[in-house]
Design a protein around this ligand. Structure first.
Ligand code: HPA
Ligand code: ZN
Length: 323
């Protein structure tokens, strides 16, 4: 069956990483910038591996020069999500790409993003620091998040090159965000092993883990995550595309779910990884035999782990009931 119309919740989506390549190419040509090096002949993004992906990502971000570009980006992303049945999404946004960590500039970017609107879908923001930009920049990002916590800004997290630095380097930022009332998540266990997932979880006191799938390599950690009810923001297509697992059948999402871990499904950076939420569902159906009840459970898990307030949660729950 086609899963396109099925209502979905997506928790792990990088806003700039969701930019359709045609949108970035269009902006580059409006601004007279030459970004041909980051595109393939078929129009998609061109990169060799994860590190190169991060630099192509930053090059694509270079056309997003002001709040207006972010408003247009958010609008384009919302339209794409709605086209795939997404009724609630959380998106990672970095103050580093929105005014370089300056609080006043950040507020203008945020206001612009919130101008974007598509009926039937709610978008919330999880503010991320970028691990390879280092702890000092992360502090500025945390202050931006803490000062703008509210209806849209719900969480704080960390993205970027997972193997650089240690979780403890970012403790100040996570403490700052937690004290302001923000929910917490962090990328871990995509490139790092199970021990690094535990380190990140215990050091930063996060409620959800971005990816987290390498936890599957340590049965005790799997048990502890299940018992603590920690939600994993799994992005199976992203993991297979980047070679974390050779095929979806080798991806541990099913095994983790069977072990009682809260797993959810997201796309990460959909055009970069040649995916959409519809494609994720199709692939999971084909590989693991997941059907309507499985996806309903995955969406219920995602909604209960969402960083929104309970009024929004109740509203989204109603959208999930509609087929
Ligand atoms: N992983 C880590 N950092 C990122 C990603 C990602 O997929 N996208 C943008 N920043
Ligand atoms: Zn990610």
């Amino acid at each position: 069956m086609s899963w396109k119309q099925t209502p979905k919740v997506e928790l792990h989506l990088h806003l700039e990483g969701a930019a359709p390549p045609s949108f970035i190419r269009g902006l580059a040509s409006e601004k007279g910038m030459d970004l041909s090096a980051i595109f393939k002949e078929d129009g998609g993004y061109a990169y060799r591996d994860f590190d190169h992906f991060l630099s192509v990502y930053e090059a694509a971000c270079s056309v997003l020069t002001g709040p207006e570009e972010f408003q247009r980006l958010t609008q384009a992303v919302l339209e794409e999500l709605a086209d795939h049945g997404v009724v609630y999404a959380e998106t990672f946004v970095s103050p580093d790409f929105c005014g370089g960590g300056d609080l006043e500039a950040w507020k203008d970017y945020l206001a612009a993003m919130q101008e974007a609107h598509v009926d039937g879908i709610t978008l919330k923001g999880v503010i991320t620091c970028i691990r390879h930009f280092g702890p000092e920049k992360a502090k500025a990002a945390a202050v931006c998040a803490a000062e703008t916590y509210g209806d849209f800004v719900r969480g704080f997290g960390i993205a970027g090159a997972e193997l650089m630095g240690k979780p403890s380097d970012f403790m100040w930022s996570f403490d700052c965000a937690r004290e302001a009332g923000l929910h917490l998540t962090a990328h871990a266990g995509e490139w790092g092993d199970a021990a690094s997932v535990r380190d990140c979880w215990e050091t930063l006191g996060i409620e959800r883990i971005g990816h987290g799938v390498r936890a599957a390599e340590d049965p005790k950690l799997v048990e502890d995550l299940a018992e603590a009810g920690v939600t994993l923001e799994c992005c199976p297509g992203s993991n297979v595309f980047l070679g974390v697992y050779p095929t979806l059948s080798k991806h541990p999402i099913q095994k983790l779910r069977e072990a009682g871990v809260m797993v959810t499904v997201s796309t990460d950076d959909p055009p970069f990884f040649d995916t959409t939420m519809t494609k994720e569902y199709e692939d999971l159906e084909r590989t693991f035999g997941w059907g309507e009840e499985d996806f309903a459970e995955i969406n219920a898990t995602a909604l209960s782990a969402a960083f929104c307030d309970d009024e929004t949660r109740a509203e989204v729950a109603k959208r999930l009931e509609k087929k």
